[in-house]
Design a protein around this ligand. Structure first.
Ligand code: NAD
Length: 495
């Protein structure tokens, strides 16, 4: 196995990063580019042994990192952000080659956000403090005792962070940055279909001066090393982004030690288009759902349109979607790239063919394109209780249903086991407020989509997740919150 491979001209280490050293496993797994099926290299295939040494390294590094003054932790996080910005072009080309998402998105949007993740949580850390407050300060029988409460955010310990392949570095750093800021140490397990940028992150963090063992990266198949990480008694937090079935396994494994979990899972989010909406805007929002070839957890894959505008909406949508260019994600003109893996492509096609067999009509698409690409698809004539409406496809496949009024729109929108996000297109602000209040979703977007500020809580309701991350919510998760209550009396040093 080569220790380093060249990907788009960038050298990437194929080994784990444990305790500040590169460590190889005896076995490997192939990393294949979805763009053209090229094998990019053989990656260290972690075993429970490497998983255990990564946790041990994180445990050993924890006391010193937790005791590092906040300002110093923040300085190092900013230095990591500087490193990401310096290597932005390299990260973008490696990520695109590895997972097939658009190069122009990685350059302009995703990688700048990766740097921002570190800067944001570094700055937030410095603003984290809770004013002391008196117990019962406002009178009454228990008043006047003068006790004060002080809330502190104590670092929790080693964290296991497990991430998917659809936005690898972006999703990893949503977790890594707040965990490190909080004073925790980390074992990051990236997805086996897109392992490369996590390895580059380890290099960048080391160059930025992050002490050995504070960030560890273990590569490999989740089924082979997941348990060793998530059932480890020294792990204090597990944050996972991925699918519901994997989350269920992780929750079972974490139960042995009651390790706190944050779970960001799948979705089947609706886009509600009311007749009073700016229809052009609504069509743009709908077409945007093909981004990243539909491999977006938040994607509004169920388009619900009010009856009077359904025909016009479908006509305009079809026209606009026909102008999407599918192809190599490195080309600036490409709008829709490949799907991640032949298995994923088969899964997508299986969903579509079963839907069509059950009576759905493909208004556009409904079939594979050449190579590892799937034609952007819109299905109509779908029943609310059908598989295609209820289950996450994770490909460029949307369904369209109509509704008669607000009540029906809300009923259809809420009628799945998910609750990640919902998008509402309407020209009526009062309706937006009414409908938004009734939707079950971690995020509701009104006349916009995918606008995410790190200050806001992010996560899913129902089976779309457990817990919220972002801003203070991230620190609530990655820290042990402590309240210290002090009496006004009892001091002996009266000076
Ligand atoms: P997945 O659940 O198959 O894998 C995710 C990660 O879990 C990978 O790193 C994998 O190796 C690891 N894993 C697998 N088995 C494991 C086990 N037994 N123990 C521990 N780890 C294990 O998901 P995926 O196919 O990589 O990602 C797609 C899913 O992720 C979709 O459902 C999508 O909606 C969801 N997702 C959610 C969000 C969100 O923020 N809510 C964001 C992106 C993706």
């Amino acid at each position: 196995m080569a220790d380093k491979i060249a990907v788009g001209g960038v050298s990437v280490d194929t080994r784990h990063w444990i305790g500040g050293r590169r460590v190889a496993s005896s076995g490997t797994f192939p990393d294949v580019s979805p763009i053209d099926g090229t094998t990019l290299g053989e990656i260290s295939r972690g075993t429970p042994k490497e998983a255990a040494s990564a946790v041990a390294a994180a445990k050993a590094a924890f006391p010193a990192w937790a005791a590092t003054p906040r300002a110093e932790r923040a300085r190092i996080l900013h230095a990591i952000a500087d490193g990401v910005e310096k290597r932005l072009e390299e990260l973008a080309i490696v990520e695109t080659t590895d997972n097939g998402a658009l190069l122009r998105s990685h350059r302009r949007g995703v990688m700048p956000r990766v740097a921002h993740n570190f800067r944001f949580f570094a700055d937030w850390l410095l603003s984290l403090d809770h004013d002391d407050f008196d117990t019962f300060p406002s009178g009454g029988s228990a008043a006047g005792r003068g006790h004060t409460n002080h809330v502190s955010w104590d670092p929790a310990g080693p964290c296991v962070l497990i991430t998917p392949w659809n936005a690898p570095l972006m999703l990893a750093t949503w977790k890594v940055a707040p965990a490190l800021a909080a004073g925790d140490t980390v074992v990051l397990k990236p997805a086996e279909w897109s392992p490369l940028t996590a390895s580059l992150l380890a290099d960048i963090a080391a160059e930025a001066g992050l002490p050995a063992g504070v960030l560890n990266v273990v590569q490999g198949y989740g089924a082979e090393i997941g348990d060793a990480l998530t059932s480890h008694p020294d792990v204090r937090r597990i944050s996972f982004t991925g699918s519901v079935p994997t989350a269920q396994r992780i929750a079972a494994s974490a139960a042995a030690n009651l390790t706190p979990l944050s779970l960001e899972l799948g979705g089947k989010s609706p886009l509600l288009v009311f007749a009073d909406a700016d229809l052009e805007l609504a069509v743009d929002l709908a077409v945007e759902q093909y981004d990243n070839a539909g491999q977006v957890c938040l994607a509004a894959t169920r388009i619900l349109v009010e009856e009077p505008v359904a025909e016009e909406f479908t006509r305009r949508f079809t026209e606009k979607a026909a102008r999407l260019t599918q192809g190599d994600p490195r080309d600036a003109a490409t709008d829709v790239g490949p799907n991640i893996h032949p298995r994923q492509l088969e899964k997508i096609d299986g969903f579509v063919q079963r839907a069509v067999a059950a009576g759905a009509r493909a208004v556009i698409g409904g079939h594979r394109s050449d190579g590892q690409y799937y034609a952007p698809t819109l299905l109509t004539d779908v029943a609310q209780d059908s598989e295609i409406v209820q289950e996450e496809v994770f490909g460029p496949v949307l369904t369209l249903q109509t509704f008669a009024d607000e009540d029906e729109a809300v009923r259809l929108a809420n009628d799945t086991r998910f609750g990640l996000a919902a998008t509402v297109a309407t020209g009526d602000q009062a309706r937006a407020d009414r409908v938004g209040a009734r939707l079950v979703a971690g995020t509701v977007w009104v006349n916009c989509f995918f606008v995410r500020d790190l200050q806001a809580p992010f996560g899913g309701s129902r089976q779309s997740g457990v817990g919220r991350e972002g801003g203070t919510w991230s620190f609530d998760f990655y820290c042990d919150l402590k309240n210290t209550v002090t009496a006004p009396k009892g001091w002996t040093d009266h000076g």
